[in-house]
Design a protein around this ligand. Structure first.
Ligand SMILES: Nc1nc2c(ncn2[C@@H]2O[C@H](COP(=O)(O)OP(=O)(O)OP(=O)(O)O)[C@@H](O)[C@H]2O)c(=O)[nH]1
Length: 915
């Protein structure tokens, strides 16, 4: 018999025995929390690879996403505690959490890097059910959470400056928990990340946290979920406020029709569970609301899931009689369906240790295992498809079909493409994060998508074209590690000993051992993501000349960790420039460099990274590079022309083009008369490479010229900002620019850099439209304010800051998908009618139950605008003063826009005044 554990509840009659363990952790209640903490030794290492269930069905790779300060870290700490992974609950406010382990994170109390952490839920050895398969569980009417699962949890950062970090984590997740602040509701960053998660079709559940705080409004938050996140809230829990309007004390579970009561001030391990009948006696108002919530849930599911209709009919159309396991199955089906719009919602107050265990159960019961997730997208030289198509050989065949009509037999030394090549593909993994660890060196976090990554295997990096040995493999428990022999498909782990792999690289192991896999397998890319352009920069100086090398090494490591940082050398000033996504981004990078990586360096002022665009066309400029490189003579030449680039214009390519690539708003076109005897208009395919010396091939010529050109584009002629909207045409004529064996790849790169630099300089004197103009970053901005401040904020944005208001409130969900750069089919679906959303009344809210769409947003209005970045510097402080501290905003780059001459003059004057 299940009894209340708390002495304060002893007057409550014995609670009705529960026939089935609806909540996995309810067994913990019976067996008491004592047993857990005593019998399980303090154990960051207790889940060794041998005791962890590796069964994929019993694995969840999930992330926690939310607005800054919604309580992700606080919730994660409780998850680790209840799972037996830690013995004390870490506190963000005193910097003792497991997941925010970087010194900079602890000092600021925010999450900067995603920490990947593995634990089991429910804790193992719960009983006989442990050996049951999913099918057995279903047959017995038990939820999946009746058996232990492995949860790989990625804690993602909430600050907008780390959006790229969030994106990087999102693409390797199978599901996510979105945490909302029950007082603030759906905030701008939540919306943004939510829509980004839609891009990767990640099923999500929502947890409304902080319900213990004054002003918490669960009902209002639920309606905001419908309105802002454009889905149907499926309430799986409603909050239990003592006596209807007292303090937050637990939740009423809509699925199981039970009340869960936590002890005030306790560690939350002991939970009292009461059935509906007991709840009616204890809190009748809540019990009646629970019934309403159950009816609403069954109705909602019936609209989206035919099986639920059947179950409802089988239950004699009694909403309360539908078995809880059938409801869980229906929720799961809806959540895993493509284009689904059901959003399961849970309630709690993590800080008060309430609500976290049922949330963990829901992670197991509702979110997919790796086997149920949509397969990842793979691309080979622009040919895209699902992973299975790659493994079946389809993508290779398609690639072959495209290429075979044009490419001649490969030259000696190259690999002949074999259809069977894919059979030798042993494993395929994505490096989603690189972290430098003082003791272990660089840790490369990988998600394995096919095969099994084994210790000591050779990993071919398809982004860098290098092979490295995976010397050691680890399972990470925050900053603690357990060594393993292999990481199977569907799992997340760490490879130690890689010297080159960067965040975002695709790693494959191939039966051939150390040698590179044959083409086109060597070009396989898993879920590539676009790195956004940096908009702020600062100079980095070593404190002395002796420190130069160690600074270079530290910067290289920082770049491996975070590809949204960029390092460039300003050749004229000799300065090293570090650019990034936001001011905080660069500040954190500086902290990492100086405090964690111990580089003796200082960072200059953080400034906006403007761009320069050509106004006219340069004359053709030819440069011959003729220098010794590393003791060997190098000689090569090429001709460059630079002109404005308009991506919208259809620019047919000349016949002798061997290479075209766009980057950072620029386009580089490489022509090579003599290397091609192209036949068709627009052909980019080399026809005759035999004239090249043996150490070169056409693709090496193309890519070295391209990289040389990119280096030159990093600096404009008039204001020293990087070039943008420029098209560079490089001509490599074998009769004039090829010098036999002296023409090395470095010489080619040098020639392209010199020629492009000269063409850029020539722009200044070009007639009739000489020179360059400044371009500035224009941001997509989403601002959340309350009704009272709306007018002043809109006025400030549109008049004082020169911004354009794009939309208010209901239209902004579409805009926020643009902010997330993820137009999604879901956003095109009909809008949610929020009058049809069920939500319980808010005892402390100011608005009644039957709320209209407009009044729902009374407390909370969202403004979408496009504003020049310069006008947004330091905006948070101003917004706070306009909104009495309640306003928040997020932004990302929309585009770079050419400035009008007047504005350019003013900005240049500003910049000169600063110095
Ligand atoms: N009252 C109350 N405070 C909470 C609750 N959960 C979190 N907090 C507090 O909210 C603040 C932010 O919590 P965090 O867990 O750091 O939030 P986060 O989402 O991880 O924040 P970032 O890592 O910066 O994105 C801290 O001061 C917590 O103590 C809750 O349930 N109730």
């Amino acid at each position: 018999m299940v009894v209340g554990l708390f002495s304060s509840f002893s007057r409550v009659r014995p609670i009705t025995p529960l026939a089935k363990p609806v909540f996995a952790w309810h067994l913990l209640v019976v067996e008491s929390s004592e047993r857990l903490s005593k019998s399980r030794p303090r154990c960051l290492r207790c889940f060794s690879s041998t005791t962890t269930p590796t069964n994929l069905e019993r694995t969840r790779n999930i992330g926690i996403i939310a607005h800054i300060d919604a309580g992700k870290t606080t919730t994660t700490e409780r998850m680790l505690y209840y799972s037996g992974f830690t013995r004390t609950i870490g506190d963000v406010d005193d910097g003792s959490t497991v997941t925010d382990f970087l010194p900079a994170e602890r000092a600021r109390g925010i999450t900067i890097q995603s920490a990947a952490i593995t634990f089991n839920w429910p804790p193992q050895k719960l009983g006989e059910t442990e050996s049951l398969s999913i099918r057995d569980l279903e047959a017995k009417g038990l939820p999946r959470s009746a058996v232990s699962h492995t949860i790989n949890l990625i804690d993602t950062p909430g600050h907008a400056d780390f959006t790229f970090e969030v994106l990087r984590s999102l693409r390797i997740l199978d599901g996510a928990v979105c945490i909302l602040d029950g007082v603030a509701g759906v905030e701008a960053q939540t919306e943004r990340v939510w829509h980004q998660a839609s891009t990767y079709r990640i099923p999500r559940i929502v947890y409304v946290n902080k319900l213990d705080r004054d002003g918490a409004a669960f009902g209002r938050t639920v309606r905001e979920v419908g309105l802002r996140l454009q889905g149907w809230p499926a309430l799986c829990q409603i909050p239990w406020f003592k006596g209807g309007n007292g303090r937050f004390t637990g939740v009423a579970d809509v699925v199981s029709l039970r009340g869960l009561l936590w002890e005030e001030g306790g560690d939350g391990k002991a939970v009292k569970i009461v059935d509906l009948k007991t709840l009616e006696e204890l809190e009748n108002q809540l019990a009646q609301e629970l019934k309403k919530a159950r009816i609403a849930l069954v109705e909602l599911l019936s609209e989206h899931d035919e099986v639920m209709v059947e179950r409802f009919l089988e239950s004699e159309e009694d909403h309360l009689a539908v078995p809880s396991n059938d409801i869980l199955s229906s929720l799961r089906r809806c959540l895993l369906q493509q284009g689904n719009r059901i959003i399961p919602i849970f309630a709690g107050a993590s800080y008060r240790n309430m609500g976290v265990q049922p949330l963990l159960d829901s992670v197991i019961n509702l979110l997919p295992s790796p086997t149920e997730s949509p397969e990842p997208e793979v691309s080979i030289d622009g040919i895209k498809g699902g992973l299975q198509r790659l493994l079946d050989g389809d993508l290779i065949m398609e690639h072959k079909r495209k290429a075979s009509t044009k490419i001649k037999q490969k030259k000696r030394g190259s690999h002949a493409m074999k259809e069977s090549s894919v059979e030798k593909l042993e494993s395929c993994a994505l490096a989603f994060k690189v972290v430098s660890d003082a003791k272990r060196g660089a840790l490369v976090y990988v998600r394995v998508y096919s095969g099994s990554l084994n210790r000591n295997c050779f990993l071919y990096n398809t982004n860098l074209n290098v092979t490295e040995r995976a010397q050691r493999l680890l399972k990470m428990y925050a900053n603690e590690a357990v060594e393993v022999d292999s990481i199977p498909a569907g799992h997340i782990g760490v490879v130690v000993g890689l010297k080159h792999a960067r965040t975002g690289d695709t790693l494959i192991s191939y039966a051939g051992g150390k040698s590179a896999p044959p083409e086109p397998l060597n070009a396989v890319q898993l879920r590539p993501i676009d790195v956004p352009p940096p908009v702020f920069f600062a100079s980095i100086e070593p404190q002395s000349l002796q420190e130069e090398k160690s600074l270079r090494d530290a910067l290289a490591l920082l770049l491996r960790e975070d590809p949204s940082l960029h390092v460039t050398m300003d050749e004229d000033s000799g300065q090293t420039l570090l650019s990034g996504m936001g001011e905080l981004h660069l500040e954190i990078a500086r902290d990492r460099l100086v405090n964690d990586l111990k580089a003796k360096a200082s960072m200059g002022r953080i400034e906006i990274s403007y761009r320069e665009c050509p106004l006219g066309q340069s004359s053709p400029v030819t440069s011959i590079f003729d220098r010794e490189i590393a003791g060997r003579k190098g000689k090569a030449g090429c001709t460059a022309i630079i002109e404005p680039f308009d991506p919208a214009a259809d620019q047919g390519l000349p016949k002798d083009v061997i290479f075209v690539e766009g980057r950072d708003g620029n386009q580089v076109v490489i022509r090579s008369p003599g290397l091609t005897s192209a036949k068709g208009e627009g052909s980019k395919v080399p026809e005759d490479a035999s004239v090249l010396p043996p150490h070169l091939n056409i693709s090496a010529v193309g890519s070295s010229l391209y990289h040389g050109c990119l280096a030159a584009l990093a600096r404009g002629p008039q204001f020293s900002y990087p070039m943008h909207s420029a098209k560079v045409t490089l001509t490599f004529d074998i009769s004039d620019h090829l010098f036999g064996s002296e023409t090395s790849v470095s010489a080619l790169s040098g020639a392209a850099r010199l020629a492009t630099q000269s063409a850029i300089k020539d722009l200044v004197t070009a007639k009739p439209n000489g020179g360059t103009a400044l371009m500035e970053p224009v941001m997509n901005v989403l601002i959340s304010v309350d009704e009272g401040s709306l007018g002043s904020v809109v006025h400030d944005i549109s008049s004082a800051r020169g911004g354009h208001i794009i939309a208010l409130d209901e239209d902004t969900s579409v805009i926020s998908s643009t902010v997330s750069s993820s137009p999604q089919s879901m956003e095109e679906a009909p809008a949610i009618d929020i009058t049809r959303i069920y939500a319980p009344p808010d005892p402390f809210g100011t608005v009644g139950v039957d709320i209209s769409l407009r009044s729902t947003t009374n407390h909370h209005r969202t403004i979408a605008a496009k504003v020049p970045l310069k006008e947004m510097v330091g905006y948070l402080k101003h917004l706070r003063s306009l909104t009495g501290g309640r306003g928040t905003f997020v932004m990302n780059v929309d585009r770079f826009e050419k400035m009008a001459p007047q504005r350019q003059k003013a900005i240049l004057a500003d910049l000169t005044n600063v110095y």
